[in-house]
Design a binder for this molecule. Sequence first.
Ligand code: 5GP
Length: 207
Amino acid sequence: MNDLNTTGSIVLISGPSGAGKSSLVGELEKNINNIYFSVSVTTRKMRKGEIEGVDYHFVSKDEFEKDIANGMFLEWAEVHGNYYGTSIKYTTDALKAGKQVLFDIDVQGHEQIKKKLKDITTSVFITTPTLKDLQTRLLKRGTDSSEQIKKRIQNAKNELSYMKEYDYFIVNDDFEIAKRQLFCIVEVAKIKTLSINIDKFIKIWSS
Ligand code: 5GP
């Protein structure tokens, strides 16, 4: 039996911008069924090539602050001077539908999710082999100003000290290896006993 009727689970990915998280998440979306990528809300300016509703929901600072006041976020944080947050509604709808929900959020968001949804969350921290590699990737990407790159590098150094709080750690040196490792984590997260709908399973199992 492959369909264990899961109650839905979360795979939470963190790591510095430029570590390749978006490309890895893209591979998961392409290749794994029943997965839902949580599109965050942000006040950051849209980068070239980004699409509203696909990469983020882009809103103004005022709108974001209204949403905070109205309790619309499962978690939110200020990262590199911009707000980022995860909508409660879309996440709970996907979990209720038994989907595997993917989050790409920072270490502050991880802290908040762990407090609220620890049992059904599997977390993974992804980074580059060295800080220098990260710098090179950010420069090559060419989407950030030198001021923003400085902020991102500083933030990456701080974030790394939270690495031990995560269940798994991937160094994205060889993309294919990193991809395989992430696929394994996603597979394992699906069969975490706490995310299996036991009542439904027992009914099928004993019929
Ligand atoms: P970027 O501006 O490069 O897209 O993202 C910057 C950082 O914000 C990344 O580390 C990313 O994981 C984080 N981030 C994106 N969405 C969210 C969110 O909804 N909540 C939190 N806490 N962090 C987020």
